[in-house]
Design a protein around this ligand. Sequence first.
Ligand code: NAP
Length: 345
Amino acid sequence: MNLTAENHRIPLSDGNSIPLIGLGTYSDPKKTPKGACAESVKIAIDAGYRHIDGAFVYYNEHEVGQAIWEKIAEGKVKREEIFYCGKLWNTCHPPELVRPTLEKTLKILKLDYVDLYIIELPMAFKPGDAIYPRDENGKYLYHETNLCATWEAMEACKDAGLAKSIGVSNFNRRQLEMILNKPGLKHKPVSNQVECHPYFTQPKLLEFCRQHGIVIVGYSPLGTSRDEMWVNMSSPPLLKDPVLNAIGKKYNKTAAQVALRFSIQRGVVVIPKSFHSQRIRENFQIFDFSLTDKEMKEIEALNKNTRYVEMLILALSSPDYCAGTKALKCLGLQHLFSTNITDHR
Ligand code: NAP
């Protein structure tokens, strides 16, 4: 496959396509200055990015929309050249909430459609105004979810033209099979957004998804921002890895560029987040070199099969650590707290 900065889209199973690199936009709202997201999206579009990964729950979708519109107004891009991925949050799984939630996102973005809409997590919180609902003792309020019913509501959003494509995130093989084997399935998930990088290469899930025409979108492709609220800090920083740095030296590239190139050469879409102009541009400079088969194997061998993103906020910040895990066990979702949530049944 000849990937270039101008053309690096890969096909999706529904006939649409997705750019292999997108800008991630999650940044702790408490620590991020207002306008930083909008500025970064504009820098990214100028640098050549045509794919932006966002979510209602990142609290900055209005900035993403504003930046896209400014670039359209400038004549830099047309709407149809931009690929925006939005996400259905955990409090909005009941089928009757799916379309209104997407419509809310579209209103915030001031767009008529998103290019991809995905179920952010296979677990649900109690519906309501609170994004992280808790009871009077501070315990998270989980909610039973029927993923097949939620999926049917996602299908209706695609049929209504509000989402060009639909997919999932943080789904393991069992959950994907639940959707794929659903009687009367109308649209398959085109993608599954999961953590994926040289320390967590997800070989089994990648193979399963390949067999079913599902594209893997790899989040935290640089090893996360190492926020201790949701990151397993015992895993060493990816970008300090000696192998990635040694290979980078050979090509006059950074460890970040090597990690990103490794993923796209495996057909994994990457969505590195940066709100720093130089690093936004650096992360896009991955189309002017390629890794040899030997280097790909060396990097594959770095896999530790442990994830950075453990969503610890959902359990650790609860007064009762076991509450989260217990609730998830009741729902058969205890894998969310195991180290291999997406690679095993
Ligand atoms: P990431 O992209 O792996 O890493 C982001 C961190 O790396 C930031 O601290 C960033 O800092 C730094 N960075 C960026 N480019 C760099 C470079 N060239 N050299 C050194 N450091 C660099 O982590 P992520 O934010 O966890 O994941 C990316 C995106 O995936 C998110 O923003 C979000 O859109 C999505 N995501 C989705 C889920 C899900 O459940 N679906 C979960 C997690 C993430 P600066 O900003 O200062 O450059």
